[in-house]
Design a protein around this ligand. Structure first.
Ligand code: SF4
Length: 402
């Protein structure tokens, strides 16, 4: 019991750090505390070689935007005009919320870099979802359209997808085209430059995986090819909640310097100038302002800060699923979508979003999670480079998120 209580108080401390004045920390740092948050304008970077400049902070839209219109107003004030949504987010309330805003403020459409995504793989289904998205969004075009959540480049490396992307551009419905990925990211990025119709990619990228040689080479290849890169899941949360002493020490270290560990984890990604933007879920104004403040380049991480983050990543590797799905899932001959289930656990345990966690699990296992209880995960566990206790975590997912 005592142990549980300690863990809980650590989590409470870390949560408090994130909420209590996080926005003001970096706003004050180097700029004077009197600077009003409304004066913040997030910097911009080129989106690959597309000729487009985007805000380095993108508003991730997995929340009920219909009921949170103020976040959109505040985002534009802060220069966060790169908005990310998807056909599947929050049962359509993400796209519909943006559509409601654009119906009311059509003059703002031109300044928003609007991204949506579709999970489908057949072009007729992609087109059907795109058309429905445009209707919900109250717009005739999206600035960037992603084939959502690919695991393998073969999902987009198809002549009919290439032809369809060109047709949608010709029709003026899509300005740029690409994919998002949080499984086998290294492979998907490494192969993307070979295709000549990928303008942008959104991928999991954070202080934990950015040092991997393979990932670094894949990011470089995309950058050299002029593909615009957006990092997501930059906090490096995993299926095991990290409430270690190390996380608390990290929080203390960064707070002394004027930023939260959350902001520090974003800063280390922004330091990689090959990354055009970070997409972050920002369902309320506190988080939005904290992230916008962090984007301002007013404070820099020291070499020791970077070492501390890297050491923390190494010492907590067993909390994190690196998305290398082909390793564990091939070991099970594809019998279970382990990486997706890990992502579901991450939503529950790191983001505290049980609904999204359950949706993710339901999507990954339409037949229901019971099958997980009867499976032998030993081969997957042996293949996992992070040393995750896959068997235990699969059982917990089946029991907690059914
Ligand atoms: S091998 Fe391990 S780290 Fe990689 S996706 Fe599977 S569970 Fe995650």
């Amino acid at each position: 019991m005592a142990k549980q209580k300690t863990g809980s108080s650590r989590r409470d401390f870390i949560k408090t750090v994130s909420a209590a004045g996080a926005a003001s920390l970096l706003v004050g740092a180097g700029a004077g505390p009197a600077r009003a948050a409304e004066e913040i304008k997030v910097p911009r970077r080129p989106f690959g070689k597309t000729g487009v400049q985007v805000a380095t902070l993108s508003l991730g839209g997995i929340f009920d935007i219909v009921s949170n219109q103020m976040v959109l107003h505040q985002a534009l004030k802060l220069g966060v005009d790169y908005w990310d949504t998807a056909y599947s987010y929050t049962g359509g309330r993400s796209e519909t919320g943006i559509g409601n805003f654009l119906a009311r403020y059509p003059q703002e459409r031109g300044r928003i870099f609007l991204v949506t995504k579709a999970h489908k793989r057949k072009v007729e289904d992609l087109e059907s979802e795109l058309n429905q998205s445009l209707k919900r969004l109250n717009t005739s075009y999206v600035d960037l359209f992603f084939v959502h959540a690919i695991s393998d480049i073969s999902e987009v490396d198809r002549p009919e997808i290439k032809a369809w992307a060109a047709k949608m551009k010709q029709a003026g419905k899509v300005k740029l085209f690409g994919f998002s990925t949080h499984r086998n990211m290294e492979h998907c990025l490494a192969e993307a430059p070979r295709l000549d119709f990928i303008d942008g990619i959104m991928m999991t990228y954070n202080y934990r995986i950015m040092h991997s040689q393979g990932m670094n080479a894949a990011v470089q290849a995309c950058y050299d090819a002029g593909i615009g890169l957006t990092a997501m899941k930059t906090q490096g949360g995993g299926p095991v909640a990290d409430d270690s002493e190390g996380e608390v020490r990290l929080a203390g270290r960064f707070l002394k310097k004027g930023f939260t560990p959350f902001q520090a984890k974003m800063l280390v990604v922004w330091e990689d100038k090959r990354i055009a933007a970070i997409c972050s879920q920002m369902p309320n104004i506190t988080i939005l302002r904290a992230n916008a403040a962090a984007s301002l380049d007013r404070t820099a991480l020291s070499a020791a800060d970077r070492r501390a983050l890297r050491a923390h990543a190494a010492s907590t590797a067993g909390c994190y699923c690196a998305g290398c799905a082909s390793l564990c899932e091939d070991a099970l001959s594809g019998a279970a979508p382990v990486a997706d289930i890990m992502r579901g656990l991450m939503y529950a345990r790191c983001h505290g979003d049980r609904n999204l966690a359950r949706q993710t699990l339901a999507q990954a296992l339409p037949q229901g999670p019971e099958s997980l209880l009867a499976m032998d995960f030993a081969p997957a566990q042996a293949a996992c480079p992070q040393g995750l206790p896959i068997a235990r975590l699969m059982r917990e997912a089946a029991e907690e998120l059914a």
